[in-house]
Write a protein that binds this ligand. Sequence first.
Ligand SMILES: NC(=O)c1ccc[n+]([C@@H]2O[C@H](COP(=O)([O-])OP(=O)(O)OC[C@H]3O[C@@H](n4cnc5c(N)ncnc54)[C@H](O)[C@@H]3O)[C@@H](O)[C@H]2O)c1
Length: 378
Amino acid sequence: MTSFHADASLDALHAASIDHETVLDHETVLITRGQRSGLTISVAVHSTRLGPALGGARVWHYPTWRDAVEDSLRLSRGMTLKNAAAGLNRGGGKSVVFVPDGETLDPERKRLAMLDLGDAVESLAGRYQTAEDVGTNAADMAIVAERTSHVSGLPADRGGVGEPSDATAQGVYASIVASLETVTGSPLLAGRHATISGLGQVGSRLARRLSDEGMSLIVTDVNPARRAFAEEISASWIDPGDEHLFETDVFVPCGVGGALTAEVISELRCAAVVGAANNQLADQGGAEQLADRGILWAPDFIANAGGVIYLDMASRPGADLTAILACVDDIGRTLSAVYRDAAARSVTTLAAAEKLAADRLDAAVPWTATQGQVLQSV
Ligand SMILES: NC(=O)c1ccc[n+]([C@@H]2O[C@H](COP(=O)([O-])OP(=O)(O)OC[C@H]3O[C@@H](n4cnc5c(N)ncnc54)[C@H](O)[C@@H]3O)[C@@H](O)[C@H]2O)c1
């Protein structure tokens, strides 16, 4: 088991995407080879300044374990920004289970990986709480909970709050409404067009709602089995790869990160990009490139915060679902404020959103694990 410690600096929040030259600005990075599964697991705690870190566990394919670790570093930094901008007393963390390209996990090995993840999370003694993410679900979190209490989003029949995708989809929906209002002056969706890339937990929920509200949808997924869902909601299916080339009002990335490469941005034919995917920009220069092209970009860590808002608020004593969903809807207002600030200061929407998060982090009295906040499986 290897762990590195470093001081989190607020300035580093503005750093470009991680590469081998980037200074490590995370508080703790735990890299461990699971004793049961043999898989490399990286748990990255970027910051606990606002409170114990909260962020999902990803099980995904990468060329090398180093790529998986880098992803955990990027994703956990994004969680610091997301939780801060959402007004939560939570720090930023994320875990990644590395599955070598070309390998698939059978259910037994996945179970072993979840137990290994539980041990890794437990070793951080409450400074990081995990939850589901790409490649994991509420049932997987129940397995993690066999080894640690620091897990969120357990199935309802295990006394948990369930998975957060409904809330994430609702927050992205609110963000699409706010973005269309900014670019067209009207929040109405009927008759407008959207292209959704990725029809998983969030993308499919969002697609159904946008379709119900009269939007005309083009959809795709690298999993061809999702075509049946496209037919169910009367959306036009296209094969993945060129979906960004279609003229549309909103391009909606809901797959994995890095979809907005310089080439993709140069070819986009849309008024706004608003999606659920984390780390949509392949590099930070993408925010400038989008602005230069006159495309309004909703910073992902603002638009997709609904899930973490749900997990955090639903796990508090006396949680009220109506109040939680009102907070999720507020994402639209937060995003509109970010857009106004970006326009007023002639900066990118990314810079405006980062400032929102950094101001909150700067103003916070640092949380320490010794303050004894009790976290339990929910
Ligand atoms: N689930 C949540 O509550 C939540 C919260 C915040 C952020 N996110 C982010 O939103 C994104 C989607 O999350 P999810 O829970 O729906 O994941 P998911 O695994 O259920 O779905 C992702 C879908 O995208 C597809 N996909 C992957 N790469 C693709 C590509 N290149 N082109 C088209 N489709 C592709 C996958 O086949 C899958 O169907 C992820 O980036 C995730 O980190 C999710």
